[in-house]
Design a protein. Structure first.
Ligand SMILES: *Cc1c(COP(=O)(O)O)cnc(C)c1O
Length: 395
């Protein structure tokens, strides 16, 4: 009971001491406005921003001139999609292709653009959450200006064939935007190899502070500004830079980069231990997402006959933080749009729980989680009227 176990790292992550120490200098020591280039204090801030920009650029194989800092992953998604849409307005290009399993930042932006006569095709996914490349090719029209597809899904962890999608976009001269928020730090991103034109990133999903994101914009891409004002970010994104946040983002990327391969390998092993533990100890469960093409830290199961919300409450009482879908949709009674898109029925979708582990998670944590979720599921099922009905039918 005294145990506290945070297994919701897809929602946000802890900011490490090294990151906080680096950031803190930019509150009271180097607090200059980076636009004030006529004195040392301002230049210090500017230099710190440019250092972070290079770090982020290197990490995704981009040029530093192609990285723009924003206030969040959400803003980056909004900018990429609205920016391209508005740059193409009245130019005969009014069609976007995306998927049914995108983050709300993408889906709600596309819905908003309908007001401006912009149409969106939402691609289906299979039971694992993968899109069909043939369906993508068929959806392309002469009016298509943008394909926006997430690298990896935040709920079920499925990783899309980004390089192949990028090639299709490139062959058809269509811009390719990728919501890379969940993939950053977990999957190798290479904007050149993967033919990505626009990539959304967010610091707080990789051990950085909240309220800072990035957008990679390939040089030469026609895109309107989202935020208008001063000349910050080379005239493309106005507003005094959140210097300390940008510094924190850069430091977080540096840390993730350090032991990337060994960390991912270790987390993957723990993920698989959790998946096997749940599968082997609890009957009537469904693993959501792809068995292998999935994020290293994502474990999402549906537990039949019971409600995810009840499981979450009991997990919380045992000190375990998890999620029953994306944090943005919890609080609503509709089951996750992602699970529904995979063809899952409402009842089963309601019983889903996502655990997302981190480099701080240990083997004992995993075993404790298996044992705890088993105990909780057994208890809830014993009280479940649906489960009792199913048992009656069988007997
Ligand atoms: C978290 C998340 C976002 C939003 O990023 P914020 O920085 O929290 O606004 C967008 N897309 C995906 C896939 C995410 O997981």
């Amino acid at each position: 009971m005294s145990r506290k176990l945070y297994l919701d790292n897809a929602a946000t992550t802890r900011v490490g001491k090294e990151v906080i120490d680096e950031m803190s200098k930019y509150f009271d020591e180097f607090y200059g406005n980076p636009s004030s280039q006529l004195y040392e204090l301002g230049r210090r801030s500017k230099e710190a921003i440019e250092r972070a920009r290079r770090t982020v650029a290197d990490f995704i194989n981009a040029n530093e001139k192609e990285i723009y800092f924003t206030a969040s992953g959400t803003e980056s998604d909004n900018w990429a999609i609205k920016g391209v849409a508005f740059a193409n307005l009245n130019k005969g290009k009014n069609h976007i292709i995306t998927t049914k399993i995108e983050h709300q930042a993408v889906i709600h932006t596309c819905e908003y653009l309908e007001k401006f006569g912009i149409e969106t095709t939402y691609l289906d996914v299979d039971k694992y959450g993968l899109i069909d490349l043939e369906q993508l090719k068929e959806a392309i029209k002469a009016e298509t200006m943008l394909i926006s597809i997430m690298f990896a899904n935040n709920e079920i962890g499925t990783i899309q064939p980004i390089e192949e999608i990028g090639k299709i976009a490139r062959d058809n001269k269509i811009l390719f935007h990728v919501d890379g928020v969940q993939a950053l730090g977990s999957v190798k991103i290479d904007v050149e190899k993967q033919n990505i034109d626009l990539l959304s990133m967010s610091a707080h999903k990789i051990g950085g502070p909240k309220g800072i994101g990035g957008l990679y914009i390939r040089r030469g891409t026609r895109i309107d500004n989202l935020v208008h004002g001063g000349a910050q970010e080379r005239g493309k994104r106005a507003g005094t830079e959140g210097v300390q946040n940008i510094v924190g983002f850069g430091k977080a990327v540096e840390i993730v980069k350090e032991n990337f391969d060994s960390n991912i390998e270790r987390i993957t092993t723990l993920r698989d231990r959790l998946i096997e533990g749940i599968k082997n100890n609890i009957p009537d469960v469904v693993l959501n997402g792809h068995p292998t093409k999935r994020l290293a830290n994502n474990v999402n199961f549906s537990y039949k006959y019971i409600e995810g919300e009840s499981i979450l409450l009991l997990l919380d009482m045992e000190g375990i933080s998890a999620s029953s879908g994306s944090a943005c949709t919890s609080g609503s009674l509709d089951p996750s749009h992602v699970l529904l898109a995979t063809g899952m029925d409402h009842g089963t979708a309601h019983g889903s729980i996502r655990f997302t582990i981190s480099e701080e998670t240990t083997e004992e944590d995993i075993d404790y989680t298996v044992e705890t979720i088993k105990r909780i599921v057994d208890k809830l099922r014993a009280m479940s009227p649906i489960k009792n009905d199913e048992d009656l039918k069988k007997s």
